[in-house]
Design a protein around this ligand. Structure first.
Ligand SMILES: C[S@@+](CC[C@H](N)C(=O)[O-])C[C@H]1O[C@@H](n2cnc3c(N)ncnc32)[C@H](O)[C@@H]1O
Length: 283
């Protein structure tokens, strides 16, 4: 059902990929497209420059850098032996982990985006990746998504599932469905040792409405960008506060959920943001 609707989210992946390149992140050159450049500069001209120069209000690149680097940091801490990224879009993280960290990485997205991603990986790089990076088309809202995800995790001892810039597009009900599929895929795996790593980790960013003016202005800048880039598809409602986010994870069946502490994230811009990166587990 939602695939046609969710295809409208696709251009945001071009926008963020262009930002990853402007930030100088590793392997980001591969995925920066003309579409991404056009979206970035039209949004900058349409008014985002105000945030880029106003003190205390995060610009889109700062907001996105904070999110992206926080997920990278939490992923490094989890030391995964398999990563599955949902809504991976044109992110440079998969190539980075598969090539530089030697970790098996599966990138999941809708078919048109998977096709675009594959087309941007040249043959010599593909050979160097040695099969550690793969791409799969799935709708994360599909009823059988938990089973598909579990199959991608088979044999992993310390799996990590990442969803960056994805959940915010869905209603609470849809977010719960996705989170439950993830929990089911993580918790349903046969476990080796009963340690905190045994079921793996889920990393994602979620927006909460609490906070001061800077966060409200930041949230409005963000929502305006999303509406523009998604041709009106837009983002869905924010969580109320941290307690609301914790209740969400508990309802989805996760037993632990903590926001990543930005003070520990190297290079992350220290700007107020409506979004935080969360680390959830089933222990
Ligand atoms: C904002 S982009 C984020 C891309 C990437 N994670 C990043 O941060 O650069 C959201 C991605 O989610 C994908 N997506 C949207 N709806 C989806 C669905 N129902 N199933 C799978 N992927 C979906 C879009 O195609 C897009 O690539």
């Amino acid at each position: 059902m939602p695939e046609g609707r969710d295809q409208k989210i696709g251009p945001t992946a071009h926008y963020t990929a262009y930002v990853w390149r402007r930030l100088g992140l590793k392997h980001a050159d591969l995925f920066a497209t003309g579409t991404g450049a056009a979206l970035f500069w039209s949004f900058r001209l349409a008014g985002e420059w105000v945030a880029a120069v106003a003190p205390g209000v995060p610009s889109m690149p700062q907001y996105l850098a904070q999110r992206h680097l926080a997920i990278d940091h939490a992923l490094a801490q989890a030391a995964p032996d398999r990563v599955v990224e949902l809504g991976a879009g044109l992110s440079r993280r998969g190539v980075t982990w598969a090539l530089d960290h030697g970790v098996r990485y599966v990138e999941i997205d809708l078919p048109h985006m998977v096709e675009a991603k594959r087309a941007r990986i040249p043959g010599d790089l593909r050979a160097r990746l040695g099969g550690r990076l793969s791409h799969a088309s799935h709708d994360v809202l599909a009823d059988d998504f938990a089973d598909a995800l579990a199959a991608h995790l088979e044999g992993a001892e310390r799996p990590a599932i990442v969803a960056e810039g994805l959940l915010g597009y869905f209603t609470r009900e849809e977010q719960l469905k996705i989170a439950r599929s993830i929990r089911q895929a993580l918790a349903g795996r046969p476990r080796g040792e009963a340690d905190a790593h045994a079921t793996g980790v889920f990393l994602c960013d979620l927006r909460a409405a609490e906070g001061g003016r800077a966060i409200r202005v930041g949230a409005n800048v963000l929502k305006a960008a999303i509406r523009l880039v998604t041709r009106g598809r837009g983002a869905r409602e924010d969580f109320r506060d941290e307690a609301d986010v914790r209740a969400f994870f508990a309802e989805a069946g996760f037993t632990e959920a903590e926001p990543v502490d930005l003070a520990e994230v190297p290079g992350a811009p220290r700007v107020p943001s409506p979004a935080r990166v969360w680390r959830a587990r089933v222990v």
